[in-house]
Design a protein around this ligand. Structure first.
Ligand code: TYD
Ligand code: MG
Length: 451
């Protein structure tokens, strides 16, 4: 077949391709990241009679075969289990627990499936030691320590596992390529070789990927676009809980999360994350308000804390953890202008307990109430939580899925909730034990919690 070589430039950071060299990558906006690559274009002069087509109604969706992991939280996030022949990526910081989780799922999975676990980071002995600690004993788990993808492909073709785990994709190499392990080219080519294996042999391939400094999966665009599903493993290493989040999922909903706790015996699923997040909440302390956030389909309660103190700096300090810094500044300005609270000579610290991020507009009201409570040194009633967006005019605006949030609050034993009054008439099914207080403005909200 005739081959024509063309010069091509490829972004080192994100894999963006262009025929003309550019100083700045349009894909990821990094500078001087283009490297020359050679593209071998195959001329497409083949004779072909065309491909088979399917009428919409003849496509059967029920034939996705799933391997349930029997870890309830995980199966929910996966959308029912690992899909046969799919390729998925589990990303996260080093040390967060990716290898632990994948080794743990082998135990139940091994009852009906053959698994090949390839580690480029640990020896077979080290994996066995870890498996012992995690009480993983299934005889259907086969271990292999190595990094050569050609060899892994050959091994997989011989051993015919149902599930192939690659820990981690950054350590894998195709020896035909000159670049080193972990480079964009290696990661991309190794992934596409494994992807072909997944599709040809109907093997489920699970890739582990370490997150780089910027918080992206290394080669983010390259990997995320190639695989069927991406799960991000998050958590604060100083806390024991971990969150697995579906970032992309061709076989299920995205933004679903599963919560785990890291214990001596590995990860344990947490069925009631609100209880965990609120478990250390102090009673009768000012500067605290509970918020109801949505994580995918699931409402969660989390505590917002605020500390307001006289500043010792020429310009007052503003620190937001788990909440957007700029959004906090806006809320402080609204509190000044629309409710008469002044922060000019005060440091303000806002913290979302447990390391969750409150990125939703619905968190405005609980954050503002925590700040005011901190400023006045007046504790809010402990069985109260708040939901609502705050507009620049100080008005409280409605938020999506208020009723689900109220249900979670009621379930967790909360007795009162401050909500946007505009949303009151949409509420149809609220527990009798929960008093729902509608407010129109931030001033009314503050009056409601103080009164
Ligand atoms: P690991 O799964 O090796 O992380 P990753 O593969 O994402 O790099 O997790 C390592 C951390 O988890 C390590 O700090 C020890 C801790 N850990 C436990 O607390 N309990 C356990 O049972 C195991 C296996 C690990
Ligand atoms: Mg690991």
């Amino acid at each position: 077949m005739a081959k024509k070589a063309t010069t091509l430039y490829r972004c080192r950071e994100c894999g963006y391709e262009t025929v003309k060299w550019m100083g700045r990558c349009p894909g990821c906006e990094s500078w001087n990241s283009f490297e020359e690559a050679v593209l071998v274009a195959e001329s497409k002069k083949r004779e072909s009679s065309g491909a088979a087509v399917f009428s919409l109604s003849s496509v059967d969706l029920t034939d996705d075969i799933r391997y349930p992991t029997h870890i309830g939280e995980l199966d929910r996030v996966l959308g029912g289990g690992l899909v046969k022949g799919s390729i998925l990526l589990v990303g996260g910081d080093p040390g967060i627990g990716k290898s632990t989780l994948l080794l743990q799922i082998c135990e139940k999975l091994g009852e009906s499936r053959r698994i090949l676990y390839v580690s480029g980071e640990e020896s077979v002995r080290q994996i066995k030691l870890r498996a012992d600690r995690l009480l993983v004993t299934t005889p259907s788990l086969f271990l292999y320590s190595g990094t050569d993808v050609e060899e892994i492909l050959a091994t997989a073709r011989r051993e015919r596992p149902d599930v192939l785990i690659i820990d981690s994709i950054q350590t894998m190499v195709l020896s035909s390529l000159s670049s080193s392990a972990g480079s964009i080219t290696q990661i991309r080519e190794c992934t596409s070789a494994l992807l072909r294996l997944a599709k040809e042999e109907d093997v489920t391939v699970v890739l582990v990927g370490h997150v780089n400094k910027e918080g992206n999966l290394a080669g983010p665009m390259v990997l995320e676009h190639m695989v069927d599903a991406v799960f991000q493993f998050e958590g604060d290493k100083s806390h024991s809980y971990r969150i697995l989040r579906a970032v992309k999922n061709r076989y299920g909903a995205t933004n679903e999360i599963a919560v785990f706790e890291m214990t001596q015996r590995g990860l344990r699923e947490v069925g009631n994350p609100s209880a965990m997040l609120l478990s250390e909440r102090p009673e009768n302390v000012s500067g605290s308000c509970v918020a109801a956030l949505l994580e995918g389909s699931r409402p969660l309660l989390a505590e917002v804390q605020a500390l307001v103190t006289k500043t010792g700096f020429p310009a007052p300090r503003r620190v937001a953890t788990g909440f957007d810094y700029n959004r906090m500044s806006v809320l402080l300005a609204v509190l000044e202008k629309r409710a008469g609270f002044f922060f000019g000579n005060l440091d303000v610290y806002v913290n979302v307990v447990g390391g969750f991020r409150l990125d939703e507009p619905a968190a405005d009201l609980p954050v503002a109430l925590a700040v005011v409570s901190g400023l006045l040194d007046h504790a809010m009633p402990s069985a109260l939580f708040a939901v609502g967006e705050i507009g620049l005019g100080g008005e409280i605006r409605s938020v999506i899925r208020l009723e689900d949030r109220l249900k979670e609050g009621a379930r967790m034993g909360f007795r009162r909730c401050i909500v946007p009054s505009s949303a009151l008439d949409q509420l149809t099914d609220v527990s009798k034990d929960l008093e729902v207080i509608g407010v129109k403005t931030i001033k009314e909200a503050i009056a409601a919690v103080r009164g």
